[in-house]
Design a protein around this ligand. Structure first.
Ligand SMILES: Cc1cc2nc3c(=O)[nH]c(=O)nc-3n(C[C@H](O)[C@H](O)[C@H](O)COP(=O)(O)O)c2cc1C
Length: 361
């Protein structure tokens, strides 16, 4: 039997991907003030189209979903027109692209909200730290508890964005259930203290994700819908009392849906420890599994060959190396990512990372 290899084509639902290397979603704050894709964004994603699959940066599903300045939205016609230019460019370059649908929930600020509204969350618990706004950094505020009667509107926003994603020419959508945004705020018990049908038990905490998937599933076939989860990432003041048990339940429930994939950020982005057994978690899921967090080529090959992952998502390596697939395949040296330009806007540190040219630095 042929050994599996990250550079080999792979089937993801009805899509054939050129390889098992996924570009992880990365917010870069390079849209315009209306949340419309800019020309440099088209260049950035086209440059990275040799990834088997690109997952876009987080894309707010509504004005209320916004949590950061200059993030591209997917709820107006103007925004859709911008995305069409971007998905066309990626497809012309031979790539495939899913859009990551996001609602930030409490990871926002009144100045980023329509009518200076207080951001919403499952429970009024203020995240630690500061939020970037158009007027500099501010402390997070205590969010307003989302009324149960408001949840259908939230779900409808995901559905609307999913419809817009079809018009925008995406190959599929990734529901952002990770990294401390609203769906994750419901999933994990550190941020969800509700006593109604959306809090308490794992069944209740998963209700919002299930409703969002059902709604998005009326627009897209299941095999074009992915889900991203972060059982352990502490980013955005997140915690859970028993991630192994709780996420085993979530993953078991997702498994029969026949989704395109389950995408898991394994461990924590900054603290490199892990209490969760991801092989055990993966074994609960029958479909395609995308592993992420700190993978290099060697770890990715091991994960794919052992069956621990079907695909591997790379974040910072793709950010700094538009031709990451070629560099890994040919054993070429990598560019280093410059953290100072991650979110600063502009073309520097965005579209000027070099393709390998043959000269050694
Ligand atoms: C600049 C930057 C922006 C990110 N933005 C997002 C995002 O919008 N959505 C998301 O799910 N993860 C986001 N992440 C997390 C990455 O998708 C990925 O999980 C993380 O970088 C770990 O993978 P890596 O070790 O290959 O970089 C971001 C990471 C970075 C470095």
């Amino acid at each position: 039997m042929m050994e599996k290899d990250v550079f080999e084509p792979v089937q993801l639902g009805d899509l054939t991907l050129a390889n098992r290397m996924v570009m992880a979603p990365m917010t870069r704050n390079r849209a315009d003030a209306q949340g419309v894709v800019t020309p440099m964004m088209v260049t950035y994603y086209r440059q990275r189209a040799s990834a088997g699959l690109i997952i876009t940066e987080s894309v707010p599903v509504s004005p209320e979903a916004i949590g950061y300045p200059l993030t591209p939205g997917i709820y107006t016609e103007q925004q859709v027109a911008g995305w069409v230019r971007l998905t066309d460019a990626v497809h012309a370059a031979g790539g495939k692209i899913f859009v990551q649908l996001q609602h930030c929930g409490r990871i926002s600020h009144p100045s980023l909200q329509p009518d200076n509204a207080t951001p919403v969350a499952p429970t009024p618990l203020r995240p630690e730290g500061q939020v970037y706004t158009y007027t500099g950094k501010h402390d997070y505020v205590t969010p307003r508890e989302l009324e149960i009667s408001e949840i259908p509107k939230l779900v409808a926003q995901f559905k609307h964005a999913a419809e817009m994603a079809r018009h925008a020419g995406f190959d599929g959508v990734e529901v952002h259930g990770a990294n401390g945004y609203i769906i994750d705020q419901f999933l994990r018990d550190g941020s969800n203290r509700r006593t109604d049908a959306y809090g308490g038990s794992v069944q209740n905490r998963m209700r919002l994700l299930n409703e969002v998937l059902d709604a998005v599933g009326t627009v897209w076939p299941a095999q074009r819908i992915g889900v991203r989860l972060t059982p352990e990432n502490r980013f955005n003041s997140m915690s859970d009392s028993n991630p192994q048990t709780h996420f085993s339940y979530f993953v078991e429930q997702l498994s029969p849906r026949g989704l395109a994939y389950l995408h898991v950020l394994e461990g924590d982005m900054t603290i490199k420890d892990s209490e969760v057994d991801y092989r055990a978690l993966r074994s609960k899921y029958s479909g395609s599994y995308i592993a992420n967090n700190g993978y290099d080529l060697a770890r990715a090959q091991t994960a794919v060959r052992s069956g621990n992952a079907d695909l591997v998502a790379f974040g910072t390596p793709f950010l700094a190396n538009p031709d990451l697939v070629r560099r890994y395949r040919e054993g070429l040296p990598l560019n280093e990512a410059d953290r100072t330009t991650f979110y600063q806007g502009g073309e520097a540190g965005y579209i000027d990372y070099s393709f390998y040219s043959g000269e050694q630095a």
